[in-house]
Write a protein that binds this ligand. Structure first.
Ligand code: MG
Length: 165
């Protein structure tokens, strides 16, 4: 087995420390799935979210993105230009979305479509994070949360079809 590190708990702590609950991620997945899976329970969705959060590449994306948000808040990044870009959530930056694609890519094209939908509509917690520019830097966080929800919804869609992602 070697010394496999599982950062799942650390990632959840990091997400919660930035003001987002797993319940709010569940709300987003429910929204994405309500049309296709009206009977789905929050318990099932919570389990799928946990399986997404247990994936190493997802954990790496969460750690990278949220730590960059925090570093921008603390003004400890090497580049003041990057700090300014992150704190102002410059719309042409785009690296936050690319990191989110990294999560979605693990869950197939449905995850990418779901993510695009969330990114465009900015429902629920995503909208709240996107509008909040004052209390903290959410440049990476909103995309990461959107991608986790999109990935979970995609995993549910695939499992409905008997496929494992
Ligand atoms: Mg963003």
């Amino acid at each position: 087995m070697g010394n496999k590190t599982n950062y799942c708990d650390k990632c959840i702590d990091l997400i919660v420390s930035r003001g987002v609950s797993l319940d709010e991620i569940c709300d987003c997945v429910m929204l994405l799935q309500e049309k296709y899976n009206p009977g789905i329970t929050r318990k099932t969705v919570d389990e799928v979210i946990m399986s997404v959060l247990n994936k190493r590449e997802v954990q790496n994306a969460i750690l990278t993105g949220i730590c960059l948000d925090i570093a921008a808040d603390k003004n400890v990044l090497e580049s003041k230009d990057l700090t300014e870009i992150l704190v102002n959530d410059n719309s042409l930056y785009g690296v936050d979305e690319v990191l989110a694609y990294g999560i979605c890519n693990l869950y197939g094209s449905i995850a990418l479509t779901n993510y695009g939908y969330i990114d465009r509509l900015k429902p629920l917690v995503i909208g709240r994070l996107n509008e909040d520019h004052n209390s903290q830097c959410n440049t990476f966080l909103d995309d990461i949360i959107g991608a986790i929800a999109a990935a979970a919804a995609s995993k549910i869609a695939h499992s409905d079809d008997g496929d494992k992602v």
